[in-house]
Design a protein around this ligand. Structure first.
Ligand code: PMP
Length: 393
């Protein structure tokens, strides 16, 4: 360790700089039940911080499917599927997914992060231009970076800016547009009709990340289906880690596009596939989402009611129209203070700060879940009313 002191000091200085800016993240030990509560330092908190939007993570059908698969097929999958082949269970999930999404084929990938990296590294290279919404998820950005494509970021949701960018790259043959359909830190939706129109006019391949829409919008199929535009989308990506209550992700597209991702997507090719227990839980979750028991509708209604309440209290919830309800505070310290205030009142609501969101837009991010009761929601409304009193006094 020749650089021992240099590196020790460098790492300590980086951490202390982050601490000073209220940017240092902690991972407090919590007793995480699968229901609506977590225990944090002995305090029971209502969990408004998870992406378990439909409350399926604790569903008996998922737990039993996972346990049975682990018993029957083992704890691990052993290797990448292109080395050892595929269990029938994996094939069954992918067939059902393709049918659900209305595509020729589907491929499961280790995580949402890995799926975006796989898509971008399979489709893009130095000779490709990728148009990407400025607020797209980090995994999309990392996938574009790894692909070495030219990364063209357009202002969030700004279709005029996108049109200008597309005109500027009219001479490039291989062009891709990639967008979240529901944005993770704002809970707003991409303007898919305008995106589809622009991409069609300019010969641009469309990739959508439905991570926060899958299981909820469009009868669980995502925003593209809700808008009647599913057939206009070339590559549908979604995760099992959020509303589906499990883990992993999928890419649904034409058989050829899926074959390309399977062969060239670096995070698929060079990574061990998901374990059988996870795949079985995913299949069970898909069955529940398809059976549509009204969970998604309840979730969206709860979110709309909360936004109305927060607006009446003078809070800014941005352009949210989904189960993700940001409460934009501004400064990092103020956002952390608001989080602590709500925690003292029994709510676990994360404070999201730069670099996850732009500087000056630190926020509380309330993510609702369908299994919250009316009493839970009354408590949430009360706590925010108290916070408003505190902040605006
Ligand atoms: N895409 C989006 C839009 C996301 O919000 C996330 C996770 N926060 C991911 C991809 C990554 O998914 P995963 O957590 O399954 O890796």
């Amino acid at each position: 360790m020749t650089q021992d002191n240099f590196w020790k000091e460098y790492v300590a200085a980086e951490l202390s700089r982050m601490r000073e800016q209220s940017l240092l993240r902690e991972m407090p030990l919590v007793d995480r039940g699968v229901d609506r509560f977590i225990d944090h330092a002995g305090q029971r908190l209502l969990n408004l911080a998870s992406n378990n939007y439909l409350g399926l993570a604790g569903h008996p059908a998922l737990r039993e499917a996972a346990a049975d698969a682990a018993r029957d097929l083992g704890a691990g999958s052993g290797a990448s599927r292109i080395v050892t082949g595929t269990f029938a269970l994996y094939d069954a999930l992918e067939r059902e997914l393709a049918e659900f999404k209305g595509t020729q084929a589907a491929l499961t990938v280790g995580s949402g992060y890995a799926a975006n990296v796989a898509i971008m590294t399979a489709l893009a290279d130095r000779n490709t231009v990728v148009f990407s919404d400025r607020l797209n998820h980090a995994s999309i950005i990392d996938g574009i970076t790894l692909s070495r494509a030219e990364h063209v970021r357009y202002r969030h949701g700004d279709m005029d800016h996108l049109a200008v960018m597309m005109a500027r790259h009219a001479d490039t043959r291989r062009k891709i547009l990639v967008t979240d359909t529901v944005f993770s830190m704002d809970g707003d939706r991409a303007d898919l009709p305008a995106i589809v129109r622009l991409c069609r006019d300019n010969g641009v391949l469309i990739v959508v990340d439905e991570a926060h829409a899958a299981g909820i919008l469009g009868n669980g199929r995502g925003l593209a289906h809700e808008m009647g535009l599913a057939d206009e989308i070339d590559v549908h990506m979604g995760t099992f880690s959020k509303a589906f209550g499990s883990y992993g992700a999928y890419v649904a597209a034409s058989a050829d596009l899926v074959a390309l991702v399977r062969n060239r997507g670096r995070s698929f090719v060079f990574s061990t596939s998901l374990p059988p227990s996870v795949m079985a839980a995913n299949l069970a979750a898909l069955g529940l989402v398809r059976s549509d028991d009204g969970r998604a509708e309840r979730l969206l209604t709860m979110a709309a009611d909360l936004r109305t309440h927060l607006a009446a209290l003078g809070f800014d919830t941005g352009d949210s129209t989904t189960q993700i309800v940001p409460v934009i505070i501004g400064g990092n310290d103020e956002a952390v203070a608001a989080r602590e205030f709500l925690m003292a009142r029994g709510l676990c609501v994360p404070a999201i700060r730069p670099p996850t969101v732009p500087a000056g837009t630190a926020r509380l991010r309330v993510s609702l879940r369908a299994d919250l009761t009316d009493t839970d929601m009354a408590g949430v409304r009360e706590a925010f009313a108290a916070l408003a009193g505190e902040m605006h006094s």
